[in-house]
Design a protein around this ligand. Sequence first.
Ligand SMILES: [Zn+2]
Length: 173
Amino acid sequence: MARNPIQFQPGLSLPAFLEQYGTEEQCRATLYQSRWPKRFVCPECGNTTCCQLSRGLYQCHHCHHQTSLTAGTIFHGTHLALTTWFLAIYLLTQRKNGISALQLSRALGGSYNTAWKLKHKLLQVMHERNQERRSPAASRSMTPTWVVVSDRESACAALSTSSHLYCSGRANR
Ligand SMILES: [Zn+2]
């Protein structure tokens, strides 16, 4: 039986994932790099200089607006560690059929309700991302949803390359 090349595309192994995104600092660095790839940009005035305050806040030197790394992202206001979010994204994108909220809660070590909310928030953003890819402009590359969702090499790279996974004002609480 012929192998489906999509299913056998190279992926990110769990050890490799943990090596790259296993600590809060690594996740924060990834998020920072994705959000401000060149340098900090004030969301209020566009100024590019700031100082870092306690509690992870950044204050613009020009207008003194304070923002956080997660403001305006799906991580905003979350009580979960970024490592939990990143791992959830990884787990959700590793299988053709995703992962159930129950399996996710067991893997993450949290409650079922938390895993359920987390999963559905991520799926919503992924769905919107797929919708964008299916726009007329992107129709040539139309693919089944699961292919995009299991975009394995970007299981977490999705965080850094597809800004949509965490951006666009999805500050759901
Ligand atoms: Zn500013």
